[in-house]
Design a protein around this ligand. Structure first.
Ligand code: KG4
Ligand code: ZN
Length: 356
């Protein structure tokens, strides 16, 4: 039996988890730093790094205790080494390397996006290939997932990431922090039909996204209303924004499914992953669309969509069982595009790609 310790610290969640090769989560702890960043209205990198440093050790100890394991029971230690905020990444990477060095364990440098991309293999044992809609705070991409380290990008955002658009729109409407879940909650009380918003890229060929115009359109509508906005205005604007995002996602996925069929001869499956995939309204839109087309949709449980270490441990385990661990000299890096990864068997290893 393989058991891997996973560490996640790329943004504002400090997380430690233990996962085994029968896909069991032996422990899964996430400490969100929402309170520390709330008064700044967004993540402050230095505060995030210091908070990871303060909490990571204790969290790992608790995870080991929850699982009833000692370090000698582990097969490897995996940490997110990018992309993300460099201070936090360094805290996680150095901690994982220290544990690996002291206990003589393999170290695996995990790409955070690969953690999101491989989640359906942890939750649903999904075989390759599949189509992935990766929607998070920093990313919005459609990818054909062909194997570990084999990601073909079909489209991405030309401006804002989708989570960023949620967060900025929530800030504009003064909905509180973190913005995505706050906007979703507000939209539940709103009417989608009161305000007309653009649907950027809708009907265009290809699979690219654009969200900055949508965010600006919300601002213009808000400026025309009486200040301060009433709860009803905010709810209706939030509902209109979420509805427009839903229409764009459905349209882009339609195009991607057609491309994916040309590439693989398969109709899906379609996987949604990343923090924004926790949004129930968007999940529902994609469910309706895929059901009508007879395409299987896999939407992992929300707690495995938002940042966590279970999916990092799993990505590490998938690499480790193919014999791919990384040297302790591997550096954390803020940028690390998913489609630049290579399969573990490739002559150019992940580690070489990661090294400065
Ligand atoms: O994957 P994630 O936890 O961190 C990154 O890798 O970026 O995604 C965080 C993003 C944030 O922008 C957050 O506002 C958004 O996911 N998010 C949501 C929801 N929950 C989290 N956006 C919309 N609706 C939600 N329920
Ligand atoms: Zn993420």
């Amino acid at each position: 039996m393989m058991i891997v310790l996973g560490i996640e610290s790329s943004c504002d969640e400090t997380a430690a988890a233990l996962v085994d090769d029968s896909r069991r989560l032996r422990a899964n702890l996430v400490l969100s730093q929402f309170e520390e960043h709330r008064r700044f209205g967004g993540v402050v990198p230095e505060i995030a790094a210091r908070s990871h440093l303060d909490h990571l050790d204790g969290l790992i100890t608790r995870a080991m205790e929850d699982a009833g394991l000692s370090f000698g029971d582990l097969s490897g230690v995996a940490a997110t080494c990018g992309p993300g905020l460099i201070g936090g990444l360094m805290v996680g990477a150095v901690t994982a390397k220290a544990i690996a060095a002291v206990h003589g364990l393999p170290f695996i440098a995990v790409n955070h996006l690969e953690g999101h991309a491989l989640t359906p293999r942890l939750t649903d044992d999904l075989p390759f290939p599949y189509l992935l809609l990766l929607v998070s705070g920093g990313h919005c991409q459609l990818l054909a997932v062909e194997g570990i380290g084999c990601y073909r990008k079909l489209g991405g955002t030309v401006d804002d990431a989708i989570g960023e658009a949620f967060d900025k729109t929530a800030k504009l409407l003064d909905l509180g922090y973190p913005g995505g879940p706050a906007l979703e909650a507000m939209a539940k009380n709103g009417k989608t039909g009161r305000f007309g918003l653009p649907r950027p890229m809708l009907g265009r060929t290809g699979c690219d996204f654009s969200f900055s115009g949508l965010k600006t359109a919300v601002r213009h509508l808000a400026e025309e209303l009486d200040y301060p906005l009433s709860a009803g205005d905010k709810a209706d604007l939030a509902a209109a924004f979420q509805d427009a995002v839903g229409s764009v996602l459905v349209d882009r996925c339609r195009h991607a499914l057609a491309l994916f069929r040309e590439m693989t001869g398969q109709d899906g499956p379609l996987v949604i992953a990343g923090g924004v995939a926790a949004n129930q309204a968007l999940r529902h839109r994609l469910e309706q669309e895929t059901q009508e087309r007879g395409v299987r949709l896999i939407a992992p449980p929300p707690e495995l969509c938002t940042d966590n270490a279970a999916v990092i441990a799993w990505a590490g385990l998938e690499r480790l069982r193919l014999g791919a661990d990384d040297p302790l000299t591997t550096a954390a890096r803020p940028r690390w595009p998913l489609d630049q990864l290579t399969p573990p068997s490739s002559p150019v290893s992940t580690a070489e790609k990661v090294a400065p």
